[in-house]
Ligand binder design. Sequence first.
Ligand SMILES: Cc1ncc(COP(=O)(O)O)c(C=O)c1O
Length: 376
Amino acid sequence: MSRFDHLILDHVRAMPTYVPGRSPRQAEAESGVPCIKMASNENPFGPSPLAVEAMQAAAANVNWYPEIDNSDLRAAIAVRHGIDPTNVLVTCGSSQMLHIVARTILAPGLNAITADRSFIVYPIVCMAVGADLIRVPMRDNAFNLGAILDAVTHETRAILIANPNNPTGSMLSPADITRFLDEVPDQVVVVLDEAYAEFAEAFAQQRGVSYSRSFDYVREGRNVVVLRTFSKAQGLAAARIGYAVAPAGLIQYFMRVKTVFSVSSIAEAGALAALGDFAHVEKTTQNNLRGAEYLTRSLAELGLTALPTWTNFLYVDLGEPASPFAKRLEGEGVIVRPMTGNWNAPTAIRVTIGTPEQNAVFLGAMKKVLTSAAVR
Ligand SMILES: Cc1ncc(COP(=O)(O)O)c(C=O)c1O
């Protein structure tokens, strides 16, 4: 409680505070041991080196405001996906784009729909504009599209789908999504949040299936907003840059709502270079394929089941409260994310797949924590 509470809108007062993955500095200060962070699905190899070089060069010009419409990057993204630049909006991470969607099409009395275990920014962006978020139970740890359709009301304006999903790592097939879009009423915009697209593509190739038709939907002019980010496979999480791809008629409204100059020229230069750095993405996704297999098998040897993943993290239900478990792991030098609070899975942890060395440290720490729990 503070003396300012009465000044605050009711729906803002009710908002939870976003709880990020703990930083090594925080964890080390408490545990007294050096920690590696495997809590926020960042790139364990660091940023694209080409992006670092481009950002260093761009830093010399930060006295100038950035170019407002990010035309070079939009053009490059358009070429990459076979769309028009008018279909692209560059934003300060996909988190900002989620706020833009909410501010453009949601309001008190309207609602959005998502799954009951999905990205925790979804409830925040809805609550920030006073809209309701309907959270539909999952089926087999994946979005239940049939149940989502059943939950649609006259007041529904958005459906938020993370594909693959954070935190369960599940993926919906293009056929399932196409069927679903055919059924969604016209007053609803479907957000396909593809933050982990590069990892999903690599898994899909390995498993002989296809990942996504999202850009086709935009070309077909459907009510779809595709979100992509440079925070994950390209390793630019702190640069804060991502983009939306949607029909031009929607993009022009989103553009009005976006905070002007919120994408820095440094971030744009980094993203442009990272877009062409195929080697870094390939190294990252190939390491991830191997790491997913190795960690899943090794966790099974410890008696734990990781859900099948299409992403750069694993979701493991421990069958015991995850927060104290995560704290004990920090005592062994590894930070993971307990799926408490709005994650809605208080007995599960999510661990980012790391380098081979980080994965080995994580498994060593898991063994110690599990053994000490068995002794106690
Ligand atoms: C599903 C999903 N969407 C969006 C984001 C946010 O990415 P950004 O860093 O671009 O805001 C994340 C980050 O963890 C995510 O998991």
